[in-house]
Write a protein that binds this ligand. Structure first.
Ligand code: ADP
Length: 258
């Protein structure tokens, strides 16, 4: 219980000490509150697929499913929900590792433009299906320091979101430039944007503007939280700007290799 406070009666050292204790107690209380919220979220996220799985297996066992075709449909739902749980558990473990300070991260010079265009290539098919053009403008001289698998994950999560939210036939612009001692990657989509109110929250774990939509599209609500942690570990910066109704621009800054 971190809610207790000491009454500050003096302005001398003892009083200062009492005040410091109270500040410490407040921050512990906040951490405790965050931890509880996190556990609640995880439980909720796991409960939803589990209840689908339970319901549909029971329907099959009870013979409610009826014909073979219906039973097949039920099994396919169970399969989808299993995959969702698998993704969720994978992302949770990933995030736990990233938040662990002792977890090793590679630190190698990387040609960043090459890494970006390789990831973009993997998205060509899903982009083409929506007639989305990935317009790349990359400075190939740029070298950053980092972990290639992790930085690929950053680009991949961001492009995944950009393509998901961009309507058919609209472009996505990927730009890489130099700014002082930083490499600046910008991914600008032509999606619905994010409101000012939601903007600061989207990197929080499990925060989604539209929960039902994220669920339908298979999102775990952890993608941007993972991106944020990876960039933090690279001593970089993540900024998101948005024009509501027309576009979102995600800006990643990473220190240049020196
Ligand atoms: P997920 O995509 O799995 O829901 P993320 O952490 O990647 O989780 O994103 C969190 C939320 O931020 C999304 O649910 C969505 O509401 C919002 N969001 C992320 N990227 C974009 C984007 N490019 N355009 C509009 N909204 C976005």
């Amino acid at each position: 219980d971190f809610s207790k406070r000491i009454e500050v009666l003096q302005t001398d050292e003892v009083g200062n000490l009492a005040a410091s204790f109270n500040t410490l107690a407040s921050s512990l209380e906040e951490v405790d509150q965050k931890r509880r919220e996190f556990l609640q979220n995880v439980s909720h996220e796991l409960r939803t697929p589990l209840s689908y799985m339970k319901g549909y297996t029971e329907a099959i066992l009870d013979g409610v499913a009826g014909d073979r075709e219906a039973a097949r449909r039920y099994v396919s739902i169970i399969h989808n929900e299993t995959e969702r749980m698998q993704r969720l558990v994978h992302d949770l473990l990933d995030l736990a590792q990233l938040e662990d300070d002792s977890y090793p991260m590679k630190d190698e010079p990387l040609p960043f433009a090459q890494l970006i265009s390789e990831v973009a290539e993997r998205f060509e098919l899903s982009a083409r299906q929506k007639e989305i053009q990935l317009v790349q403008n990359l400075d190939d001289e740029i070298i950053v320091n980092g972990d290639s698998d992790r930085l690929e994950q950053v680009v991949s999560n961001l492009l995944d979101n950009a393509i998901r939210y961009t309507p058919e036939g609209k472009p996505i612009r990927i730009t890489l430039t130099k700014e002082g001692t930083f490499a600046v990657l910008m991914i600008q989509d032509s999606g619905p944007g994010i409101s000012k109110k939601d903007l600061p929250k989207v990197v929080e774990r499990f925060y989604r503007v539209d929960r039902a939509r994220s669920r339908k599209e298979g999102g775990t609500g952890l993608g941007l939280a993972i991106v944020f942690q990876i960039i933090k570990k690279h001593n970089g910066e993540l900024n998101i700007e948005s024009e509501e109704g027309s576009s979102t621009t995600v800006i990643v800054k990473l220190p240049l290799f020196e």
